[in-house]
Design a binder for this molecule. Structure first.
Ligand SMILES: Cc1ncc(COP(=O)(O)O)c(C=O)c1O
Length: 392
């Protein structure tokens, strides 16, 4: 038997990817599965973005590039961060990575020492604690509840801080809950972060997907002191429906970005060179604005339908998500754990949902509404039937 490194044994494989794969395999066998499991927009990448990458390919942008990214893309990102987020960065403050996931992984390796504590509010995106563990840090999970819209309170953050605390992970809009922090809430957290000399990584990958007038505020824009302690993680996957392109970025101090570039230079090197020109088009071409608007409009309609359907099912409840494309439903009144619920739902009704346990909340399940309205209606009919039948 192979003797694997102990670091692997501490890490939990992604439940999201496992369920998505199971649902796909059932579909391939001809089973009519309704899938609410996917964390990706169901739209194709906008044509002008594909065209820009195709042009770069035709022009021979096919060689090794600078490890931290093509100059054109870093310039476009710096401009975007200034215009959209009121953050002043130069290209030396930016590294282009193989997706948001890779950004965060690079960051953990560059910043976290064995034993360092990383504060993560739960429900959390499932990769955060695993990445911390891979960097030999200690994830410190702070449970939040639906009563605070799944937001960590300043009191909770203060209580979680110890002399070993190094980093706080903020994700707004959030996966899995869709919660969006207000400026006031962020200011209160920023004060503590600055006062206690923590670092904060702000994962802003869902920043463009907002509802009912909600606004995305980048915590780093709230003053010079917090700016200096902030690292921005973002990517193109969700806003521009570019999940398969694998392009993300980190922005932060030059020292940190240099360190992540060194790590990247010995792991993945540069992101696919011609793909980066598609990302430039996503940021710079005016067509993008309309494409994002159309996507958000579609999500808005689906969100309304799914929320109405959930409201009509006794024993299910959820706060109204203000961003991203997920609903995080409390199933505790059914008396089932999230794993049992999702397992039985897939077996009995062929509906794929993600157990909240994956996100640190075993009393909930996550449904993604990045799927067409017809599938949402059909899937919700089945969920309704499932909850009704399980109840008896
Ligand atoms: C909160 C959050 N951050 C980061 C990512 C990583 O995105 P990607 O690596 O596809 O850019 C995801 C993807 O699901 C996410 O939900």
């Amino acid at each position: 038997m192979i003797q694997l490194a102990t670091r692997v044994t501490t890490v939990t494989p992604s439940i999201t990817l496992a369920i998505t794969a199971k649902a796909k395999a059932m579909k391939a066998q001809g089973i009519d599965v309704c899938s609410f499991s996917s964390g990706e927009p169901d739209f194709d990448t906008p044509q002008h973005i594909k065209d820009a990458a195709a042009l770069a390919l035709a022009k021979g942008k096919t060689k090794y590039g600078a490890v931290a990214g093509e100059a054109a893309l870093k310039e476009a990102i710096a401009k975007k961060l200034k215009n959209d987020n009121q953050l002043e960065y130069t290209t030396n403050n930016i590294i282009v990575t193989n997706g948001g996931k890779h950004s965060l992984f690079n960051l953990m390796l560059a910043l976290i020492e064995p034993g360092d504590e990383v504060i993560i509010p739960a429900p959390y995106w499932l990769s955060y604690p695993e990445m911390v563990k891979l960097a030999q840090g200690t994830p410190v999970i702070v449970d939040t509840t639906a009563e605070t819209d799944y937001k960590i309170t300043p009191e909770q953050l203060t209580q979680a801080i110890t002399p070993k605390s190094k980093l706080f992970v903020l994700n707004s809009p959030s996966n899995p809950t869709g919660t969006v922090y207000t400026e006031e809430e962020l200011k209160a957290l920023a004060e503590i972060i600055v006062d206690r000399n923590l670092w904060v990584v702000s994962d802003e990958i869902y920043e463009k997907i907002l509802y009912d007038g909600a606004q995305h505020i980048s915590i780093g824009s709230l003053g010079k002191d917090i700016f200096e302690r902030t690292i921005i993680s973002n990517g193109f996957a969700k806003s521009y429906s570019m999940t398969g392109w694998r392009i993300g970025y980190l922005a932060g101090s030059e020292e940190l970005i240099k360190a992540t570039s060194t790590i990247q230079s010995h792991s993945t090197s540069n992101v696919c060179t011609f793909a980066q020109y598609g990302a430039v088009a996503a940021l710079e071409q005016k067509e993008s604005l309309q494409c994002v608007q159309e996507m958000v409009q579609a999500f808005t309609q689906r969100r309304q339908v799914i929320l109405e359907r959930i409201k009509a099912i006794p024993k299910l409840s959820c706060p109204i998500p203000m961003g991203a494309f997920y609903v995080f439903i409390d199933i505790s009144q059914t008396g089932m754990t999230s794993l049992d619920f999702c397992d039985a739902l897939l077996k009995k009704q062929q509906v794929a949902a993600i157990p909240g346990k994956a996100f640190g909340a075993d009393n909930c399940i996550r449904l993604s509404y990045a799927t067409d309205l017809e599938s949402i209606e059909k899937g919700m009919d089945r969920i309704e039937k499932f909850v009704f039948e399980e109840k008896r």
